[in-house]
Design a binder for this molecule. Structure first.
Ligand code: PEP
Ligand code: MG
Length: 325
């Protein structure tokens, strides 16, 4: 099996009817980087920057952060890399940062909330990213945005850092793209405002699913209580992809959902053409992409999702379709 997937490495991720589905890698440490070449990923769709902070014994200095980001970009060698700014707080604890006790850490003081309240930390990270990407493309996205105004605030911080670097004669990125992780359901009702502000959006389906069903992703009693193929959730994902397409905003999905072939197939039917996943999922998902006819898949799946999906097992619809391919 492994050898079979390895053979796919240099084969295009294109469906039988010629639809390209871009497959990227989720990463977070230097040891993840060789997987990019080995798996034939198109780029890094999610670089979780908090991992460097979690394995360190004290706050990584700006120079250390910059060194890591530069190394990632060097290794990517021109392939796109999307850096996600610090997602600490919640279950991602830093032993050297005094944490406050919270009843519901997943819904607590974390990620961008922490970033805008402790601007020195986020500003340092932004500066490290801007330095590391001098003269090349930088894609940066912010986690756990619940209101578009939080992104606007973060964007203001980036612009301020850019001005600072220019004023001091430092080189800056040749191209800068700023995005939002869509992982809090409130954003579903601010899509126009969101698309008006961002260069791209990436769905964090792990958190979006957790908050959508109010089911703690780390609590085994409830984490699997709802199927990821639940029609209400898939309808939400469909709404996002359709609206993004209409607004001309690039959209990616980088949660675990993208790495499971049947779920990834559903995502393709919902209009997703850019998925980011762990290295081990890339081969199986690419094999699936190459085996399906996207036109037929979409024509089969969408009507079932829209009409009376509460009585239809969507998983079975897809499994049957896959069997016919
Ligand atoms: C997500 O929430 O889907 C995601 C990709 O981010 P993380 O798993 O790091 O929270
Ligand atoms: Mg998340």
């Amino acid at each position: 099996r492994q050898a079979q997937y390895r053979r796919l490495r240099n084969k295009p991720s294109v469906s039988r009817d010629g639809v390209e589905v871009s497959l990227q890698l989720n990463a977070g440490l230097l040891i993840d980087l060789p997987a990019m070449a080995e798996s034939g990923a198109r780029g890094i769709g999610l670089f979780r920057t908090e991992l460097q902070f979690m394995v360190a014994s004290s706050f990584p200095r700006m120079s250390e952060q910059k060194a890591l980001y530069a190394k990632v970009l060097d290794t990517a060698d021109g392939k796109p890399v999307t850096f996600r700014t610090l997602d600490i707080g919640g279950d991602k604890v830093l032993p050297y940062l005094r944490s406050i006790q919270e009843e519901n850490p997943a819904m607590g003081w974390r990620a961008i909330r922490f970033g805008v309240d402790r601007p020195a930390i986020l500003r340092t990270q932004i500066r490290a990213l801007l330095h590391a990407a001098a003269g090349r493309e930088l894609k940066m996205m912010f986690p756990m945005v619940a209101d578009v105004s939080e992104f606007v605030q973060a964007k203001g911080m980036v612009e301020r850092e850019l001005r600072h670097l220019r004023r001091h004669g430092h080189p800056v990125p040749e191209q800068l793209r700023l995005g939002v992780m869509l992982e809090v359901p409130s954003l579903l009702f601010q899509l126009d405002e969101l698309f008006g502000q961002v260069d791209f959006v990436s769905i964090g389906s792990n958190d979006l699913f957790q908050f959508f069903f109010a089911a703690d992703r780390g609590n085994t009693r409830v984490a699997n209580r709802f199927d990821t193929m639940n029609p209400s959730f898939l309808r939400a994902l469909h709404r996002i992809s359709s609206r993004a397409k209409a607004a001309g905003v690039p959209i990616t999905l980088c949660g675990e959902l993208a790495g499971r072939p049947l779920e990834a197939m559903a995502l393709i039917a919902l209009g997703y053409r850019d998925l980011s996943m762990s290295a081990s999922s890339l081969g199986p998902v690419k094999a699936m992409v190459r085996s399906v006819d996207v036109g037929r898949l979409t024509a089969r799946f969408l009507p079932k999702l829209e009409a009376g999906a509460d009585r239809i097992d969507l998983r079975q619809v897809l499994a049957e379709f896959a069997g016919e391919q």
